[in-house]
Design a binder for this molecule. Structure first.
Ligand code: SF4
Length: 420
């Protein structure tokens, strides 16, 4: 392991199942015997105007070769990492996969048989005790036959890209579904026995008003998803709408996007509304009925290990982060030629690990355990938080530091300040 900074972050997998993390000197031994697997499916039916993801609209004929490549990557992951110079921590191969997440893109576009093949590849390659297998789905892609096949493949959680219950907002954002599709799809999933459904909403879509936002929240009340994510519209050059807002264009309804303070108000309304309905707010953008927090996504925020397969998928072993080639065609070509698609290898230094702990810790409503971090990283955090605390942006409760409840909607500003 090159670089002295990495000594503090050596990771090995404790496969005994104990929760206790041993610490000897400055070497932290994680007890991450559970592993998450993320599969990226970068295909969509159309490109939503606000979308800044690396996804493409391609012919359905490209789905099967892509899935074939993903299966090959899963089955040959050790050789592939070795070829790319990724060294996995000792004991990693004994880790048990307990969560799988099919994200995108729109993985629900795939024939269920293709999803089944990827699940087979995971089951054949890794020790597994799958307790949470999530499929991202767009409401208009759901039918009873598919949903039944998803359950047969082992999918037990569906994350819906609902975004809004207002047809006007959905049309303006370039979404393919309408309000009626959300109700139809949720009914189908319940009928097939899927008991864990998540809905995504976006605060800040064009034409969104206080009233239409309330309507979307009421939609949640009626359909009772077990999990809800609320995101603020991201404005950057990566999406057509973002670019238009930055350049004052007119084609994608940039002029109808709510102002920043309205978006913050929508977010705060959602916090209050979801709290009243009994949801547990556990991460800035995420709420769940108690006990149904996303086990897979918690791994990201808790810096636990996960492997990503597919174009652009990210992985984290505890000591390294890396990502696959973004372009789907390039990814398939690499796998077909027997080359590793992994690139952007980054060794996690002590300093970057500490920054991740602070950034990811504050995203979680449980906050940061200051004493643990000070002990593990040999740092003092008091000075780092002084300015934020006196500005009322974070709040200390004994040894726990959290974002101040009223400042959740301006968390990005807090993170920028913290990383200075
Ligand atoms: S469906 Fe999702 S991933 Fe696809 S274009 Fe729309 S927002 Fe982006």
């Amino acid at each position: 392991m090159p670089g002295s900074d990495l000594v503090a972050l050596q990771v090995s997998f404790n496969t005994e199942g104990t929760e206790a993390a041993e610490k000897s000197g400055c070497v932290r031994v994680f007890s991450m015997n559970k592993l998450g697997i993320y599969i990226q499916v970068p295909f969509c039916q159309t490109k939503c105007t606000y979308c800044n993801f690396h996804t493409g609209v391609v012919s359905a004929g490209r789905f099967a070769p892509y899935v074939e490549a993903v299966c090959r990557e899963i089955r040959g992951y050790k050789e592939s990492y070795e070829a790319a110079g990724v060294t996995l921590p000792e004991g990693f191969e004994k880790a048990v996969v307990d969560t799988v997440y099919f994200g995108g893109g729109t993985p629900s576009l795939l024939e269920p048989g293709l999803l089944q093949r990827m699940m087979d590849a995971i089951r054949e390659t890794f020790e597994n005790e799958l307790c949470e297998v999530t499929l991202e789905a767009d409401p208009e892609t759901v039918d009873a036959e598919k949903a039944t096949a998803w359950v047969r493949a082992g999918i037990n959680r569906v994350s819906f890209g609902v975004q809004s219950f207002s047809d006007k907002e959905l049309v303006a954002s370039g979404r393919m579904h309408r309000r009626a599709d959300i109700y139809r799809a949720a009914g189908i999933l319940r009928g097939t026995g899927i008991r864990n459904i998540s809905f995504d909403l976006i605060a800040g879509l064009p034409h969104q008003t206080r009233e239409s936002w309330k309507e979307s929240l009421e939609g949640l009340r009626k359909l009772e998803p077990e999990h809800v994510s609320v995101y603020l519209l991201e404005v950057d050059e990566g999406s057509r709408l973002g670019l238009e807002i930055l350049q004052n264009g007119k084609r994608y309804s940039a002029g109808a996007v709510p102002a920043d303070d309205e978006m913050a108000e929508f977010y705060e309304t959602a916090c209050a509304f979801l709290g009243e309905l009994g949801y547990h707010h556990y991460e800035i953008s995420n709420w769940a009925m108690p006990g149904l927090e996303s086990r897979h996504n918690l791994k990201y925020w808790r810096r636990e290990a996960y492997l990503g397969f597919g174009a652009g998928a990210h992985s984290f072993s505890g000591t390294r982060r890396w990502a696959n080639a973004h372009d789907a065609a390039e990814y398939v070509a690499a796998i077909t030629a027997g080359r590793s698609p992994a690139e952007q290898l980054e060794a996690v230094t002590r300093e970057s690990a500490l920054e991740e702990e602070l950034f990811l810790g504050l995203r979680q409503l449980d906050g940061i355990d200051l004493k643990r971090i000070e002990r593990e990283y040999g740092v003092s955090l008091a000075e780092r938080f002084e300015g934020l605390e006196s500005a009322g942006l974070v709040k200390r409760d004994g040894e726990i530091m959290r974002l101040a409840p009223a400042k959740l909607s301006v968390s990005n500003a807090v993170f920028v300040e913290l990383m200075r």
